[in-house]
Design a binder for this molecule. Structure first.
Ligand SMILES: Nc1ncnc2c1ncn2[C@@H]1O[C@H](COP(=O)(O)OP(=O)(O)OP(=O)(O)O)[C@@H](O)[C@H]1O
Length: 194
């Protein structure tokens, strides 16, 4: 019997504070079994209770770097002496398990995904204005002042990139939350039933 082709992943991007996590939290609550995230890879040691292949794929530095050299990674970076990264196969295996892989990534990540054969849908979530974004970031209360300023300057770059021809398949402006979430969900419903 032919097996169904795995569903295309969905990339969700947009400035920090635009509302991506808010949308995704609601979406996952509405559809608990439909979506998944890829398991990240790391060279750091597992913490108590962390399970290999679930929390992370725990790799030796040697194996991680061999994967990078083979071109397995979409992106990787080093934080406090440990390597972290996402592989193309990690994204594909979410689809192989019958779930739709969601990639919540910034513009740099979007550009890297575009170099792979993953062929996702690209969705940008945007604030109604930079002023409103600033209010929301302050309201969220999770960042220090310097961090807020950094996110605001990155936001302009994200919005400029989104204006480029073909950068995204869909743009959702998160003005009124209920209305914007309804549009977001309608888009996800459309592409996941395609
Ligand atoms: N339509 C809206 N109106 C008012 N506030 C909103 C709206 N959508 C989200 N918020 C609030 O704005 C803040 C930022 O939203 P959220 O954390 O979802 O952004 P994000 O895009 O996931 O950011 P990051 O990329 O930093 O994780 C949160 O405090 C959230 O409750």
């Amino acid at each position: 019997m032919p097996t169904a082709a795995p569903s295309r992943p969905i990339v969700i991007s947009g400035p920090s504070g635009a509302g991506k996590s808010t949308f995704l939290k609601r979406l996952f609550a509405e559809y608990p079994d439909k979506f998944g995230f890829s398991v990240s890879n790391t060279t750091r040691k597992p913490r108590a209770g962390e399970v290999d292949g679930v929390d992370y794929n725990f790799l030796t530095r040697e194996d991680f770097l061999a994967g990078v050299a083979r071109g397995d990674f979409i992106e990787h970076a080093e934080f406090s002496g440990n390597l972290y990264g996402t592989t193309v196969q990690g994204v594909k295996s979410v689809g192989d398990k019958g779930r739709i892989c969601i990639l919540d990534i910034d513009m740099q990540g979007v550009k890297l995904v575009k170099k792979t054969d993953l062929n996702p849908y690209y969705l940008s979530v945007q604030p109604p204005s930079i002023e409103e974004l600033e209010k929301r970031l302050r309201g969220r209360g999770t960042e220090k002042e310097a961090d807020i300023q950094g996110r605001l300057s990155a936001a302009q770059g994200e919005l400029d990139y989104a204006k480029e021809e073909g950068a995204y398949d869909e743009i959702i402006v998160n003005d009124d939350l209920e209305a914007a979430y309804a549009k977001f969900k309608a888009y996800i419903d459309k592409v996941t039933s395609a």
